[in-house]
Ligand binder design. Structure first.
Ligand code: 6FA
Length: 494
């Protein structure tokens, strides 16, 4: 058939979008290159430590660290040089689950948003209604592995920090701390796969196809007529078509979208020429239709610098080693019985930049950073070093607490200055298809429409112009709620 909306990618952005468009009665096709993740999507990579419990690697929050080893890590995109989830749910099926509601400032013009974006409040409220956060994820309501929190809070209390429930007052960010907030419920990985996706699936006007990769959009000048896929059973030569006035929404993530846009003749000349020299040259429209936009520029990611602290009361949980094959038996049994205990949380339980880089592709179409985005602006480095020194200044006031890395012969300044950039990634990529007011400095306009096209949109992390205050999935799904509202309000649609 043909569709009002074709959405590419079932990650954080794509699932919110697919649900809202289908709720509005539009005929929606969602295409995902990967396959099943959590058990309700048909996933069957079951945890050997809990046989018969129907618990996949992706369902159990505490198995997060196990994703980074193993033989067949099919869930990571093999054609992206950093971690990106290629399965139903995208990043939300594999991420650490940290979940923060955005601050007012994040969506303001000073952080790069067009002024029409205004207050994120009503959209964040819609998100919150579907996906509440929790800072006590275990199904029994108790907290586990709390020692790091207890020790760190002594350190911070001594310096005048206040302990708050962070998501209760997202705008309070000055000298505060609190328990980590998660996108988990009932002791399980939650997120849009369990909520937005499920309601969309119930609608007859919603079609979902997995294991279907989109290479480019098919266009007639500025009008998109469909998408080119790798599945020839889907339509002539693998093309799926839009209804008249239909729209394509790219939600393929910060690395996935640029690759699709370049193959569609949209982006900087050097990247379109790279496609021309690749096996995908046949996807390109005639040169007269190429659209020059800064796709892949303005890319941001949080610089991640690890410090290691040690205290006799803190259980390091053996660095979460071997949790897949041989977790602590009592903890695995407790989780299997009622989704409570250590495995109901993920490992990262204690945790505004201007630096930017560039994402591109090479001739085998692998997506990669061409310029690393971390700490390229010297001010970011100064702020980071100051923040770290500030927090660590009180370390001697806590008996038994010591800094292991960096060691006592290395200053924080030297540590940060010599930190290998290749290990600085946080997987919080934004900006590759930046939103803005001007086609020379942005890729999509204030309604998330790609400049120079009539009906091509981008809705996911890649439109975010600045770095969210916390891990990005909350800000990003709020942005998706707002984008959907704006797109539906645009005249001339299906
Ligand atoms: N964000 C948080 O807020 N909290 C965290 O704790 C957190 N941790 C991590 C983390 O530990 C890892 C390892 C990673 C990779 C990310 C983390 N993030 C965290 C970031 C967060 O997950 C991402 O910011 C968020 O998922 C981005 O959402 P998007 O919608 O922008 O993009 P996704 O990558 O989620 O989804 C893209 C989807 O498109 C995927 O399902 C992919 O398979 C699909 N796709 C890509 N190319 C396609 C194509 N050509 N055709 C069809 N489908 C395609």
């Amino acid at each position: 058939g043909t569709f009002d909306y074709i959405i590419v990618g079932s990650g954080a952005g794509g699932l919110v979008t697919a649900d809202r468009f289908s709720e509005a009665g539009k005929k929606v096709l969602l295409l995902e290159r990967g396959g099943p993740s959590v058990a309700i999507t048909g996933g069957n990579v079951y945890w050997p430590a809990a046989p018969g419990a129907n618990l996949t690697r992706f369902d159990v929050p505490g198995l997060f660290e196990s994703e980074f080893s193993g033989d067949d890590t099919f869930w990571w995109c093999k054609d992206v040089t950093y971690f990106a989830g290629c399965l139903i749910g995208g990043g939300t099926s594999v991420n650490g689950g940290l979940y923060w509601f955005p601050t007012y400032y994040e969506f303001s013009p000073v952080n790069g948003w067009p002024s029409s974006w205004g207050d994120h409040g009503p959209y964040t409220a819609k998100l919150q209604q579907r996906l509440p956060s929790t800072d006590a994820p275990s199904a029994d309501g108790k907290r586990y592995l709390e020692q790091a929190f207890t020790v760190t809070s002594q350190l911070l209390d001594n310096q005048g920090y206040t302990n708050i429930t962070i998501n209760d007052t997202p705008d309070s960010k000055d000298h505060i701390y609190g328990y980590s907030s998660w996108n988990f419920q009932q002791g399980m990985r939650w997120g849009p796969v369990r909520t937005y996706f499920q309601t969309a699936l119930q609608r007859p006007n919603f079609v979902f196809l997995q294991n279907t990769m989109v290479s480019s959009v098919v266009r007639n000048g500025s009008t998109i007529t469909g998408v080119q896929t790798n599945d020839t059973s889907i339509g002539p030569n693998g093309v799926v078509s839009l209804n008249p006035n239909g729209r394509v929404i790219l939600s393929a993530g910060s690395f996935g979208n640029p690759r699709i846009l370049f193959q569609s003749g949209i982006g900087p000349l050097d990247m379109i020429q790279t496609v021309q020299n690749s096996s995908a040259a046949g996807n390109l429209p005639p040169e007269s239709d190429w659209i020059d936009l800064p796709v892949g520029y303005n890319v941001k990611d949080n610089p991640s610098i690890n410090l290691i602290l040690q205290h006799p009361l803190i259980d390091s949980y053996d660095n979460w080693d071997n949790i897949w094959d041989s977790p602590r038996p009592a903890d695995a049994a407790q989780y299997a019985a009622n989704h409570s205990g250590v495995f109901a949380g993920a490992s990262p339980n204690s945790t505004g930049i201007t630096s930017q880089g560039r994402i591109g592709i090479n001739t085998d179409l692998t997506a990669l950073p061409l310029i690393n985005p971390w700490l390229t602006d010297p001010n970011d480095k100064v702020v980071l070093i100051q923040g770290l020194n500030d927090i660590l200044s009180g370390i001697n006031t806590i008996p038994g607490l010591s800094l292991v890395t960096p060691d006592n012969t290395t200053t924080i300044e030297d540590y940060v200055n010599t930190y290998p950039p290749s290990t600085m990634n946080s997987n919080h990529w934004t900006g590759a298809c930046k939103i803005g007011n001007d086609s020379s400095t942005s890729v999509v306009d204030e309604n998330t429409k790609v400049w120079g096209t009539d009906n091509l949109f981008v809705v996911d992390a890649s439109i975010i112009p600045g770095m969210p205050a916390g891990n990005p999935q909350g800000a990003l799904m709020s942005a998706a709620e707002q984008a959907v509202t704006k797109i539906l309000a645009l005249p001339g649609g299906p």
